[in-house]
Design a protein around this ligand. Structure first.
Ligand SMILES: Nc1ncnc2c1ncn2[C@@H]1O[C@H](COP(=O)(O)OP(=O)(O)OP(=O)(O)O)[C@@H](O)[C@H]1O
Ligand SMILES: [Mg+2]
Length: 522
């Protein structure tokens, strides 16, 4: 209890709205929200705290968790207030903002910022309509956001161990940032031993580390195990351990037989190895989140840029970034190719810019164009490897020579190519780049002798040569292989077999060469 003030100027108002003496730490600082301040909206979910509702508090949209556990004795209530106090001090872009709690008996509730959706709902789209396939970049970004949020909790003083890390506790805001939620409130959480029951979201044990399942001492490395399972789930898009129904059998499988989810065969080795170290049976062998963050950055480059030199280039200059401004990229790329700083009229760089850049969506940016990591990886898949100079010919010359061809249309979709070819004469053709299959970087789209539109993939072999299979009308097939790693002479050599008669008009690159001619004639 505070003594009556001697002098009113001695008093300050604490965070909880109480008057305390200057320099005195208030004993009860938990940010309290009165029940009448909450306007309840629709129910958005149920978990081991209770029901979750959309709501409004002091004029702002919030999420309200009405606690199932309303009967707390004086000690537990005091501990809950302390937990609320700690939670409310956590401020990080990847941690869900904890705004306060209502401590009134029978009306206890937790109030947090309102988010759009959960990672669980995003990565398991079977239950959702209009779902779009997530790119690897989006998936790894979700994992990195999660790692950053947890790293913040682990670094806090006192340290916070999440203990319930799973995709339904990773929420997504309108900009697709992940925010970690539901940590630290052990007093009001009901322990959950259910693996799954029917249609509802699977229970927490599926993500629990072996030492948690066996009741041994727990530290921050238990969250790392859960992160390993979450990472697998985000990447594979599957639910973990779907064949387990019994808690006891599941517990034995994880703790005694070291069962872990099967990693899909097409997973990049560096991503696979990260999952495996995170869910290692020995907690001391698991990395900390401070290590996981740069590993994820490097994994992302490994997954998106297969070209060895290109991979080294991005890691050297832009590790941790998924895009970079064009002017900066151009300078470094020229340096790497041992070329002089390009002047604004340099045709090779103008071609590269047209092919590799995307508009900068940042309204305050200096540079209108950016180079995305994903696009850089695609470009090297089409035109790589980066060789400094090969018979006086660099990767940039290779790009320019192809772009100069009227039949080369760059990265247009199958649908756009069909629009362009419709109403063109038989034998019209175009070549476009493909991104879906790494070893088929180009596709020839054409109007056949019978007047139909047909698409044919061009494979790129390990030795850099191109390959195409030709089907003849008599049912026979043959495989044609290019002499070297240049596409233009290869397409020329195929013109009679494939009936490639005239370039389909409409290439977006034509203006590049026309303009340059005008400039050079001045
Ligand atoms: N702040 C929030 N904003 C928007 N939706 C939320 C918010 N908090 C929770 N939800 C939604 O409500 C659902 C239930 O959340 P809740 O935390 O009660 O249960 P859970 O995450 O499934 O399990 P656990 O109780 O172990 O956390 C979540 O899956 C999520 O979709
Ligand atoms: Mg939750």
């Amino acid at each position: 209890m505070l003594k009556p003030p001697q002098d009113a100027s001695d008093l300050v108002i604490s965070a909880s709205g109480k008057a305390v003496r200057k320099g005195e730490v208030p004993t009860d600082r938990a940010p309290e929200i009165r029940f009448e301040e909450i306007e309840w909206g629709e129910k958005i979910g149920t978990g081991c705290f209770g029901n979750v509702y959309k709501g409004k508090c002091r004029g702002v949209g919030v999420a309200v968790k009405q606690l199932l556990k309303q009967e707390l004795d004086a000690r537990a209530l005091e501990d809950f207030r302390k937990e609320v106090d700690i939670m409310a001090q956590m401020r990080h872009p990847n941690v869900c903002l904890f705004m306060g709690a209502c401590f009134e008996k029978g009306k206890m509730a937790i109030i947090t910022e309102l988010l759009q959706d959960s990672v669980h709902n995003i990565i398991h789209p079977s239950s959702r309509d209009n779902s779009k396939e997530l790119s690897l970049l989006q998936r790894v970004k979700m994992a990195k956001d999660t790692a950053q949020g947890i790293a913040w909790l682990h670094g806090a003083n006192p340290q916070i161990i999440h203990r319930d890390l799973k995709p339904s506790n990773l929420l997504i805001d309108e900009h697709w940032n992940v925010k970690v939620c539901d940590f630290g409130l052990s007093q009001v959480k009901l322990r959950d031993q259910k693996i799954r029951d029917g249609k509802s979201i699977p229970g927490t044990p599926l993500w629990m580390a072996p030492e948690v399942l066996t009741g041994k001492e727990v530290d921050e490395k238990s969250d790392v195990y859960s992160f390993g399972i979450v990472l697998w789930e985000i990447i594979s898009g599957q639910e973990p351990f779907p064949h387990h129904e019994s808690y006891q059998v599941f517990k034995d499988a994880i703790t005694k037989q070291n069962e872990r989810p099967p990693i899909p065969v097409d997973t990049h080795p560096s991503l696979k190895s990260l999952m495996e170290t995170c869910w290692h049976p020995d907690p001391t062998k698991r990395p900390g989140f401070q290590q996981i963050i740069p590993i994820l950055d490097s994994v992302l480059v490994d997954c998106l840029v297969a070209d060895i030199e290109g991979n080294k280039f991005w890691k050297k200059y832009y590790l941790g970034k998924d895009h970079v401004e064009w002017a900066e990229f151009q300078k470094r790329f020229a340096e790497t190719l041992k070329l002089p700083v390009p002047n604004p009229k340099d045709l090779n760089f103008a071609c590269l810019r047209k092919l590799i850049t995307s508009p900068n969506t940042d309204p305050n940016a200096r540079d209108p164009d950016i180079v995305k990591l994903e696009k850089f990886g695609h470009l090297l898949n089409w035109f790589g490897p980066i060789v400094i100079e090969h018979k006086g010919f660099s990767i940039l010359d290779k790009i320019r020579v192809l772009m100069q061809k009227e039949w080369f249309h760059g990265d247009i979709s199958k649908e756009v190519s069909e629009d362009l070819l419709t109403a063109q004469p038989k034998g019209s053709f175009l070549v476009r780049t493909s991104v879906t299959e790494r070893n088929s970087p180009f596709t020839v789209s054409k109007v056949t002798k019978k007047g139909k539109i047909n698409h044919q993939r061009i494979q790129k072999r390990q030795d850099g040569k191109f390959e195409v299979s030709i089907k003849y009308s008599n049912g026979k097939t043959s495989t044609e292989v290019s002499k070297d790693d240049l596409l233009v002479p290869f397409i020329r050599s195929l013109s009679s077999e494939l009936f490639l008669d005239s370039a389909c008009p409409g290439s977006r690159f034509k203006s590049l060469f026309v303009q340059t001619k005008i400039e050079s004639s001045n």
